[in-house]
Design a protein around this ligand. Sequence first.
Ligand code: ADP
Ligand code: MG
Length: 694
Amino acid sequence: MSGAPAAIPESLTALRGVGPALAERLARLGVNRPVDLLFLLPVRYEDRTRLTPIGALAPGRRAVVEAEVALTEVAFRRRRSLLCRVSDGTGQLTLRFFYFSKAQQDSLARGVRLRCYGEARSGPGGLEMVHPEYRLLAPDEQGALEQTLTPIYPATEGLQQFRLRPLIGQALDRFLPLLPDWLEGELPEEPAMPSLREALLYMHRPPPAADLAQLAAGRHPCQRRLALEEMLAHHLSLRRLRERSRTERALPLPGDGALRRRFLASLGFSLTAGQCEALAEIDADLAQPHPMMRLVQGDVGCGKTVVAAAAALQAVAQGHQVAVMAPTELLTEQHRRSFTRWFEPLGVRVTWLSGSLGRRARQQAYEAIGSGAAQVIIGTHALFQEGLEYRSLALMVVDEQHRFGVHQRLALMQKGAAGALRPHQLVMTATPIPRTLAMTLYADLDTSVIHELPPGRTPVQTVALPDRRRDEVIARVREAARAGQRAYWVCPLIEDSDELESQAAQSMHAMLREALPELAVGLIHGRMGSEDKEQVMREFAGGRLQVLVATTVIEVGVDVPEATLMIIENAERMGLAQLHQLRGRVGRGTATSTCVLLYQPPLEGVARERLAVLRETGDGFVVAQKDLELRGPGEVLGTRQTGLMQLRVADLLRDADLAADVQRLGRSLLAHAPASVEPLIQRWVGDADRYGSV
Ligand code: ADP
Ligand code: MG
């Protein structure tokens, strides 16, 4: 490979102490070559550079303690455990072991000195450490302390930290000096960034004085240096995909538009100017003998689905198939309803590929897809399962792109039409992303933007209320229901647990049923089966349920025009983008809609600003821009929705300000050092890119 330094060996077994078995375990961490070890970055750090007196320990703190054993005994209360009381003259600490051997018990005799590392917590008899790491000290031994912070690496089964650390140490000592730095002399000047070698060395061996909070927040200049390079590698790999797709062949789909005209005439509304423009751009792409790679960006409710449907008919009209992929079963169900309603009258057959289909039904679906009887196929990532053969897939529509990685999209692409032909790709996202970021993230896609919403919609009024005023909100729900309208009541994730989220929704459901006995209150959450979810959605859409208590499963794409009230619990805990998405569930009909953001006071800082942004604007692009500006370190809630790529250092939102540099560097490398592009991609993106070259 050109540009790869010949001096760093390619085989892991070049490392001392690595044989085939260990090499295989390393491969599970994505480490296939010695150089990969340099880029296997710690997930956090521990400070073992200093001793902490027991008297200075506080619950929740991890520390190294040196002490003498006062008493060791086996206790049988609740659970058999070995308790070892130690002291260092400043205080007492209990070491607690649930698993221990007789030899271990004997070794911890009174008077023995030891050094241990662990997290202090309060126990029944004062501070304790559960299963600390420890080492006995010889009577006059001065145990050495670590010279740098201790890196903790991502764990994999059968590969403990104590084995990984020396290997990475070896790689640093032997190979770091040989590592090429392709960005030398090209780095942004203000604020200055370290070289690649400095950055990696710092990440693996931070000095004792390193700012752990800054590192944990991912804002250290060394992390920024690596994030820049990582984003650049992804950007270049996407650009390369784009280049390749220009040389690939696809079925041109000019079409005479007769089927589409019948479809548009049946809709009962005409397309907005933005929809027409997007469709014209799509048509121009589809007419080419190369695969379209187009992203349609547009706020929730702007009508992207109709545009996709119109595009789909171009393929169908010529006897080819269209796959429509959405990230959740619930969304695929909704697409199935829309596409069936629109297409069946035109004699176009819509097939739904759900995870909940029985074996026979799935077999039938597979057959219909293989024979070409199924013309439009809707599903989740089940659409690119192995064993599923399309007769002639000419177009794939991917809804809500941010939930899928680029590689899933590429996998579906492999299912392309006969022979070497690739399907056209239409990607739709409701997450408006500022332009510089979009150009970096979607470097493989051309972009169409739908700016306006269909006419006749009144903007959603947004209010923020402390949750002690919930009763007023309940009264408002009652009023709305009396007027024939419907309400969502969303209980979002508070801790990162599907189960807890579902529980919160269940108790809210019980509470509202009691408070609103005259109304039909439904419940939908992530732990229900997809048939049950669809049943509930159907009842809500049909008006049999007037209030729907929900978790964030309704976040994207759900469409019930009669719903005019959106109540969001714990709004202060949620990201702007997600709140905006939820708000987009209402305001879809002609009646005025309201979004109530309930918060637990006090409302402070960024949370306060976020809610203010929502009250002030309904424009998704403004919301997205503010989202970037407001996101501070530690604002981790809400980052779940950015699972665009598998990134190691970079966070696309946190590091969005690097986007312009990424593009500049990309142009520069392609022009002046094209030979470095491939190894740079290999370094950061690695094999994940393999689909691109099939
Ligand atoms: P999204 O862009 O969020 O996917 P949808 O495609 O679900 O939006 O459209 C939202 C609603 O607006 C749907 O009920 C759809 O039928 C309707 N709609 C789409 N385009 C128009 C239009 N040009 N005029 C009126 N209503 C429209
Ligand atoms: Mg949609």
